[in-house]
Design a protein around this ligand. Structure first.
Ligand code: NAD
Ligand code: UDP
Ligand code: UDP
Length: 318
């Protein structure tokens, strides 16, 4: 689709070479916009955006958002931050810097140019929740000094900054709390459960279950989530969020392993490993707010989403 110079927006996507960022860049380019992808390639790869490189409306900058950035744009999607516990715990100080300094820089940029700014926050702001399913007004249960704190507290502080820039400078903000999302272009060594289980099943290696596998998660397919991002950015000002985005279909990690084994036809056995510290036991979004404010709900079933994700990993690991 091509847009006239009057309708085409200049949009910055930080973390644009990552799993979700690359899908978002693709969507915005398909909608006819001019996209600047900023990434330091810590967990993102050029492979994720190679197919976009020939598009004259696409521009890539290798840049770390903990440093100031001067570009002229109308919208900013701030996605830069490692999302898998394995990666965000690798250099926890950098994770907090990315969430906090990165947010300050992107908010300062939005303030200078008068841009709308979207924050990819997370269900991790709820920590190991005592309320189920989680609604946006639940304030969470986070261990501030545990191994997940660099990410959880970093993202919580980023939300604080977003709402203070909104109140203090009248900035147009959009804060989404994203629950576990999966799909093609997750890194095969990313350490997250869906990619781990699929890669292990395809290779015939043991499926690594942490704990007894009774902990739950709710998995959203990436295309559904990207639709929610765009709807939120395009919603009238005043829709600041936070808004939960995810698929409320909840299942246990052991249940997920069984589905993956069945769908791949794998002979892999289950292998029990210790449960990591502070690993949340139950997680499921209440998406009433997304339904009412964005008229959005996910439409991809776990089976359909897994089929596409398995096909992607089969291409790259087999
Ligand atoms: P990802 O690791 O694939 O992508 C993150 C991208 O950010 C990578 O390309 C990485 O290189 C880049 N990056 C990291 N630090 C940076 C920095 N300082 N400067 C510039 N670029 C940097 O992860 P993802 O799953 O695509 O997650 C994207 C965003 O969505 C993250 O902010 C994450 O916290 C949030 N989120 C994702 C999920 C999920 O299930 N996928 C859930 C909740 C929140
Ligand atoms: N900033 C940026 N790009 C811009 C404008 C600001 O990266 O186009 C950074 C700047 O380095 C600053 C941060 O954003 O540290 C916060 O900016 P703000 O104007 O809110 O605060 P101040 O400049 O007063 O610290
Ligand atoms: N998990 C697992 N095996 C793996 C990877 C993860 O059992 O190989 C578990 C993990 O302990 C957690 C859940 O799966 O309970 C989801 O983990 P992930 O890292 O994908 O995301 P989280 O929701 O914990 O951030």
């Amino acid at each position: 689709m091509s847009l006239s110079i009057f309708d085409r927006k200049r949009i910055l996507v930080t973390g644009g070479a990552g799993f979700l960022g690359s899908h978002l860049c693709e969507r915005l380019l398909n909608d006819g916009h001019d996209v600047i992808c900023v990434d330091n390639f810590f967990t993102g790869t050029k492979d994720n955006i190679l197919h976009l490189m020939d598009n004259p409306n696409f521009e890539v900058m290798r840049h770390d958002i903990t440093f100031p950035l001067y570009v002229e744009v109308e919208e900013i999607y701030n996605l830069a931050c490692p999302a898998s516990p394995f990666h965000y715990q690798h250099d926890p100080v950098q994770t907090t810097k990315t969430s906090v300094h990165g947010a300050i820089n992107m908010l300062g940029l939005a303030k200078r140019v008068g841009a709308k700014i979207f924050q990819a926050s997370t269900s991790e702001v709820y920590g190991d929740p005592e309320v189920h399913p989680q609604t946006e007004n639940y304030t969470g249960s986070v261990n501030p000094i545990g191994p997940r704190a660099c990410y959880d507290e970093g993202k919580r502080c980023a939300e604080t900054l977003f709402f203070d820039y909104n109140r203090q400078y009248n900035l147009d903000i959009r804060v989404a709390r994203i629950f576990n999302t999966y799909g093609p272009r997750m890194h095969p060594n990313d350490g997250r459960v869906v990619s781990n289980f699929i890669v292990q099943a395809l290779k015939g290696e043991p499926i690594t279950i942490y704990g007894d596998g009774s902990q739950t998660r709710s998995f959203c397919y990436c295309d559904d989530l990207i639709e929610a991002f765009v709807r939120m950015m395009d919603a009238p000002s005043g829709i600041t969020g936070p808004i939960n985005m995810g698929n409320p279909a909840e299942l246990t990690i052991r249940g997920l392993a069984e589905v993956v084994i069945e769908m791949t036809g794998s002979k892999s056995a289950l292998e029990i490993h210790p449960l990591p510290m502070d690993d949340p036991m139950q997680r499921c979004p209440d998406i009433t707010k997304a339904k009412t404010e964005l008229a959005w709900e996910p439409s991809t079933s776990l089976e359909d989403g897994l089929r596409k994700t398995i096909a992607y990993f089969a291409e790259i690991v087999c």
